[in-house]
Structures are given as C-alpha cells and as structure tokens.
Write a protein that binds this ligand. Structure first.
Ligand SMILES: [Zn+2]
Length: 372
C-alpha cells in the first residue's frame, strides 16, 4: 500500500534506508506479541512461539520490501519519500506525490506488488531445489514448509494489494488507467466509488459469510482511504493553477520585532488572525505562529519580544505563482510553516494561510455546485 496519512505519531524510528526514515507503529509491537502468544498457544512450546514470531517478522520484512518497491520506483522519477511506516495492517510509504503522469503513477503502484511476485518466485525456487523431504503446504492450517508458506503469504499480499480500491495499489492502478487520456478528478471519483462498494462487500462478507472480524477492519480502512483520496484530489483540482493572489489574505496585522508577546496575544484574541508576519523597514524578518506564541508565553513570559520567538525559516511566494506549487514547496520541508508571506517586488502584499486556502476551496466548490 502507499499513502500520505499521518502515522508518524506513536511510531518508533528504526533507521534510514536510501535516506528514507523507516518507522514502526507501536501497535505493531502489540500485534507481534499477539502472534507470539497465538503460536505458543497452538504449539505449546517456546520454540513453536519463536518460529511463529520469526515467520511474522519475515512477513513484515516482505511488506517493507514491497514499500521500497514503491519508494525506489518513485525515486527514478525524482519523487522523494518522507517515511515508511509499518502498521499492523501493512506498510505505508508517504511519497511526495503519487506520480506526475498516469504512466508514472501506474509504474510506482505496480512496483510494490511486483516485489511480492519476485519474492514468491524465489520462495518457490527455494522449495523446488530444497531437500526432497520438504513437506508441502496445508491450506487448512496455513502451515507447512517455510518457503511454501512464504510463497503463499506473498501471493496473498500481491492479490490483496491489487484489489482495485484506494488506498490499495490496485486503486492507483485503476485511477492511472482511467486517467490515461485526461480527467484525473473523474478517474479518482470512479476509483473511489469502486473502493467504497468494495468496502461494503468486505463488511458484508465479514459479518454474514465468513466469521472474519479482520474483514470489518479492512472494510473500514478501505472506506476511509477511498473517501480521503477523493477529497484530496478534488481539493487539488480546485487549487491547480490558481494564482496565489486569489487565495491570499490581504487584510492582516503586522508585528514589529520589538512588540511583546503580551501585545501579540492581545491581537490573537481580538481578531481572527493566528499567525503574524514580523516586519521592519518593509522587510519580512520572520513569522509568529500561534502555537509558538503559546509555548513561548508559558516558557519565556509575556515580556518576550517578537524577534526572539519568530520563525526565521519560511517559504515566500509571489502573487502570480500557482498556489498548488507554493503549497507543495512548503510541504516538501518538514516543519516549514504553512503560513506563507506573499511578496511583490520585495514588498509584503499578502499572506497565505491554511484557513484561507480552505475557505477558497469551499467557495470554489460552492460556485461549481451552484452552476450545475
Ligand atoms: Zn503498495
């Protein structure tokens, strides 16, 4: 799977591979504990428990390799990856973008499942060339010789990820194929609806056909993923190519480097503005963000000066630049403020804020719906 959700909270940094952070979600450790316990209960021995644990670790190794299939293919197209997180339900690679063309999206989406196909082929070769005494695979108990179990698991991962539903890779394959000659918003809506229908089928099957509560989890996961993807693409479509000046705030208060935090917090309470540009002699020196303000009030007191709290690293934009490009530029660096001063000939003429962009999208959506 690959997506762009916020899973970084509650995750442990394992290390970096190809410059990409690999994280483990804490619930994943609970799951490993559960698998170990289940294997111990089934076999009644410590070695049985360890073997069960080793198998699940190998399985999640395969999930990690699958994610790096996406990461490395994206890298070929110059698309960076923020991090890869292992969740109990699978892996999530947060790519900067899902591809700059349908062909790129298709290749990036297929690269993950392709890794599972290769591992399955190797596992089969391992079993084939292995000692003749190796046992087969029992589909009832899902047990048997390790290579065959590994092969079956990877074929399952391959099939599961190719289901044509967001946020599975198959959903992206479907969207890439549907948008081959143009309309990405329409393609996303279709793929998203297929995902939601599939989620309902999963839930139905989980409740009435097979007694598998896991299917309900997957149904929920697919439903949320399909809905999110549709919203994010629709939002992108409203913002694509729109000049910054149409979405920026033009009435806002400036702060001098020598204003105190007490004064600034008074303005936060009195008005709607959350973030303030710090300006001296016409030059933007920094930004005061509301969260920084509260932290500094607590830790340094109300007499602290704006210049001691302001962020000095921020993205700037020009009025004619497309807003989608500016937002991508700000998102590319972790921790960069999403409040963006707009300069024309070095003079501050506007301020892009997340709330204002959100309002622009709502207004554009209302206008588009109104004209139908
Ligand atoms: Zn994937």
């Amino acid at each position: 799977m690959c997506g762009k959700d916020e899973h970084v909270k509650w995750s442990i940094l394992l290390g970096r591979v190809f410059g990409v952070e690999v994280r483990l979600h804490v619930t994943f450790l609970l799951l490993l504990g559960f698998f170990g316990w289940a294997a111990w209960k089934a076999t009644g021995t410590l070695s049985g428990a360890l073997a069960g644990l080793a198998f699940h670790l190998a399985l999640f190794g395969c999930v990690l390799l699958h994610e790096f299939g996406h990461v490395l293919m994206a890298k070929r197209f110059g698309i960076r990856t923020k991090d890869v997180t292992l969740l109990p339900i699978g892996g999530v690679a947060r790519l900067e973008s899902t591809g700059n063309s349908p062909k790129q999206e298709l290749l990036i989406a297929l690269a993950g499942p392709a890794v599972n196909l290769v591992i399955a082929a190797f596992a089969f070769g391992w079993w084939w060339l292995g000692p003749a005494a190796q046992s087969g695979f029992n589909y009832e108990t899902l047990q048997g010789s390790f290579p065959l179990v590994l092969m079956a698991a990877n074929l399952f991962l391959l099939g599961f990820n190719l289901l044509p539903a967001f946020p599975m890779d198959g959903g992206r394959v479907l969207r890439a194929l549907l948008s081959w000659n143009g309309n990405r918003v329409w393609a996303t809506q279709v793929a998203s609806n297929v995902g939601r229908v599939m989620a309902v089928l999963f839930a139905f099957a989980g409740l009435f056909l097979v007694n598998q509560p896991m299917l309900l989890f997957i149904a929920l996961f697919v439903w949320i993923g399909a809905t999110q993807e549709n919203q994010s693409v629709t939002t992108d479509s409203y913002l694509a190519g729109v000049p910054v000046r149409k979405t920026m705030l033009t009435e806002f208060r400036l702060v001098s480097p020598f204003h105190t935090l007490e004064e600034v917090s008074g303005w936060v309470l009195a008005g709607f503005q959350h973030d303030f540009p710090v300006v001296a002699q016409g030059e933007v020196l920094g930004l005061i963000l509301r969260d920084d303000l509260f932290t500094a009030l607590r830790e340094k007191g109300p007499e602290t000066l704006a210049r001691d709290v302001m962020r000095k690293e921020f993205v700037v934009a020009t009025p004619e630049e497309p807003i989608d490009r500016v937002l991508r530029r700000a998102q590319a660096t972790p921790g960069m403020p999403m409040t963006i001063p707009v300069l024309s000939g070095g003079i501050l003429v506007g301020l892009v804020t997340a709330e204002n962009v959100g309002e622009y999208v709502m207004m554009a959506a209302a206008l588009r719906d109104g004209r139908r």
